[in-house]
Design a protein around this ligand. Structure first.
Ligand code: PAF
Length: 286
């Protein structure tokens, strides 16, 4: 595996790869890699000749007071995991390499509707930072396919929208969430939880699954289901942020006639913000 830190070296290596007809699979990450990330790398390897992974903790997507400074940076361990997973190129730029003119860059990618719902309500800065860095990375790597986890469903939806709106020549692949045996979705932020906290955190997925079952069995009063779910989270010691039953593609609130649904939820447990979601299709009521 080659480790590259500059945009120039990355572009020169990838230019040669493209000239020799290789397809490029790209997995952007912020590091502190777990099995969820490695499943993206595996998928990239299954469908592309060359796998590029980036590790960059993007300051643009953190607001003041969030965990930018304490976000786990574990480059040596990440490097070993990527090597073992068959990654070909690790791109690990510095902040100055990514934002040579400083972080107040003039051109930013904003999706005023999609980025202000769900997680965007309490993190209004977040998706602009994500969309901007992802577009920069896609322009640097020019991959054939780029891989994102379904765990971050709103992020995945936003990236798909950006690629469509800007006609970027890349195929976006969503990869299913990898879960702990308890059902807890794997996430770098799970590391902030104690062992007992991790066990309790698994309740979020159990609740998502329970509400899905209720909908599959005919429940259609979505505002009431959402309200009860928030109460149930609070009763289990979570600080609920949102619990939304949505249309799967648009992520707009679902109505009774929608068949393709996603339930998105975010809640804090012991100060750690957890997000998860579940997507499913229901048949029309008999
Ligand atoms: O999902 C993440 O790890 C980040 O939001 C991403 C896509 C790498 C952009 O910084």
């Amino acid at each position: 595996m080659r480790v590259l830190n500059t945009v120039e070296s990355l572009q020169s290596v990838l230019q040669s790869a493209r000239e020799s007809g290789k397809t490029i699979g790209f997995v952007p990450t912020m590091g502190n890699l777990h099995q969820g990330h490695l499943s993206l790398v595996e998928k990239a390897g299954d469908s592309c000749d060359l796998v590029v992974v980036s590790i960059f903790v993007n300051p643009l997507q953190f607001a003041a007071g969030e965990d930018l400074d304490t976000y786990p940076r574990t480059l040596a361990e990440d490097r070993a995991k990527l090597e073992q997973q068959g990654c070909d190129i690790l791109f690990a730029p510095t902040v100055a390499e990514m934002y040579p003119e400083g972080q107040r860059i003039e051109t930013q990618v904003d999706l005023p509707t999609l980025s202000q719902m769900h997680c965007g309500i309490t993190r209004p800065h977040f998706f602009k930072g994500v969309a901007t860095v992802v577009v920069k990375l896609l322009c640097m790597v020019l991959p054939t396919r780029a891989f994102f986890g379904e765990k971050d469903r709103q992020q995945l939806t936003i990236i798909r929208q950006v690629v469509k709106d800007l006609s970027l020549p890349v195929v976006i692949e969503g990869v299913p969430t990898i879960r702990e045996p308890s059902g807890l979705a794997m996430s770098s932020r799970n590391g902030y939880l104690s062992d007992a906290g991790r066990e309790r955190a698994a309740y979020l997925y159990r609740l998502l699954s329970e509400v899905r079952e209720q909908i599959e069995q005919g429940a259609r009063d979505y505002p009431a289901l959402q309200q009860r779910a928030n109460q149930a989270l609070a009763a289990e010691g979570f600080e609920p942020d949102y619990f939304h039953i949505c249309q799967q593609q648009s992520l707009q609130p679902a109505s009774e006639s929608d068949r393709e649904l996603a339930i998105l939820a975010a809640a804090k447990l012991d100060g750690t913000r957890l997000i998860d979601n579940i997507a499913f299709r229901i048949s029309p009521l008999a």
